[in-house]
Design a protein around this ligand. Structure first.
Ligand code: BJ8
Length: 430
């Protein structure tokens, strides 16, 4: 997003990573404009969002430089695609963890050379970014970790592995004692692989410190979420989404400090009833597939039409941060077990049955006093498009209005989506 932001020239760093600098320049130009329209055009933003503007402005610049510096110091960079990969284990080897799921369709053409066209946009995006040489994060990684969540991802990793070493862990699809035993052994296998890659041993002390670091980050995000219960909401849904997206790239300790400082400011806003939208603006909960950066289309459409998003039931949102790891373990195995327990609680639609997710959506709608729910599914995503039916039943039983949207990363359907969003918000206003 250089055009809008960073002054420094990182060209030689990108060239060293094998990035297609010309195509990458085009990407940054488009994203810089999008950022301007979606975020910087908002009125009455909290001052603390300046930090997030800075993070995003340097997301392919200074942050990549930090990763290269870390590698220089003998630390490894490990990429992940999914919430089921515990960041704690990577941090315990002094590694840097980066989230690689991509939210732009710029590499889709390249991806379609190796993937069917009717693959979900998220998968096409991460494969396309690699094939089109557009992502400095992937290139900086010493290893990437995949998981057997949905069919599309697990098959795409076989192809991705031809271009970048990808270690795949088996995520179960049910939450039985047998699944837990499998999952715990997969977590131990992952820990051994990461130790092998980084050349560092995971000690109980390092693992404990890593658990505390990630728990502190999640607590800061819980604090942010709690503040969004207020009317008027002290922060927009777009900005909250941006924070949730940035947590996958930024240094966790610095990020936690900055989000806590932002929450101090939001505390004052709540006390003074300062909000980003009028008190009678419709309050919307967004639920569904993850919105990886820079996928901002749907939240922008919702908020530009006068509503305020008060929560995200998503992996880039509350599904990703809901539970903490129990910090009480004393041995390495104890702690790995507690980590496994926490991660198997995540209610991704790849699990069956997945009634916890229905319950969480209803709970969140009540907790954030949402007037309605907008369910967002990426086209061709089997788990979330199919689970929509169950979600709709659960919300109907509770009398909570629901709009279901299915879309991709393109802009062709923006007008049609906006018309549907406007009609839904009209219903909420009445
Ligand atoms: S824990 S949601 S990050 S798997 S949108 S690729 S499900 S076809 S991203 Fe996910 Fe982990 Fe679950 Fe979260 Fe497949 Fe659907 Fe595409 Fe998806």
């Amino acid at each position: 997003m250089r055009r809008a932001m960073s002054k420094q020239d990182y060209t030689s760093m990108w060239e060293g990573l094998g990035i297609d600098v010309e195509a990458h320049e085009g990407l940054l130009g488009v994203l810089g404009q999008g950022y301007q329209d979606v975020f910087l055009s908002q009125e009455n933003r909290p001052a603390g969002m300046a930090y997030l503007d800075f993070v995003i402005s340097e997301i392919h610049g200074l942050r990549i430089q930090e990763l290269m510096d870390a590698k220089e110091q003998g630390r490894s960079v490990i990429g992940t695609f999914c919430l089921y990969v515990p960041e704690e284990i990577i941090l315990a080897t002094d590694g840097v963890c980066v989230g690689l799921c991509a939210g732009a369709d710029i590499g889709a053409q390249a991806a379609e050379q190796v993937l069917p066209r009717n693959t979900c946009a998220l998968i096409k995006s991460f494969v396309g970014f690699k094939l089109a040489k557009l992502c400095p994060y992937v290139e900086a990684c010493d290893l990437v970790i995949g998981e057997t969540t949905c069919d599309g991802k697990k098959k795409a990793y076989e192809i991705f592995n031809d271009f970048k070493e990808t270690f795949v862990i088996e995520t179960p699809h049910m939450k039985s004692p047998q699944s837990m035993a499998l999952w715990q052994s997969e977590i131990r296998r992952l820990a051994e692989k990461i130790e092998g890659t980084t050349g560092k041993t995971i000690t109980p002390e390092k693992l404990r410190a890593a658990v505390r670091t990630v728990n502190a980050k999640r607590k800061a995000l819980h604090r942010l979420n709690a503040l969004r219960q207020a009317t008027p909401s002290p922060i927009s849904g777009r900005d909250a989404l941006l924070i949730n997206q940035a947590q996958f790239y930024d240094d966790p300790i610095r990020f936690t400090e900055k989000i806590n400082a932002l929450c101090d400011e939001l505390d004052e806003r709540v006390a003074g009833r300062v909000g980003v939208a009028p008190a009678d603006a419709p309050r919307v909960l967004v639920s569904g597939c993850p919105m990886a950066a820079p996928n901002w289309k749907v939240p922008f459409l919702i908020e530009k039409n006068g509503a305020v998003i008060v929560g995200e039931e998503s992996c880039v949102g509350e599904r990703g941060t809901r539970n903490l790891v129990d910090e009480s373990g004393s041995t390495r195995d104890d702690m790995l077990e507690r980590i496994a327990n926490r991660y198997l609680d995540i209610d991704c639609a790849c699990f069956t049955p997945n009634t916890e997710r229905e319950d969480h959506i209803v709970e969140m709608a009540r907790h954030y006093r949402a007037d309605g729910v907008i369910h967002y599914a990426i086209q061709f995503c089997g788990p979330y498009t199919i689970e929509f039916h169950k979600v709709a039943d659960a919300l109907k039983r509770e009398g909570i209005p629901l709009l279901g949207l299915e879309t991709d990363y393109g802009t062709e359907d923006a007008q049609q989506l906006e018309t549907r969003v406007q009609a839904f918000l009209e219903v909420l206003r009445q």
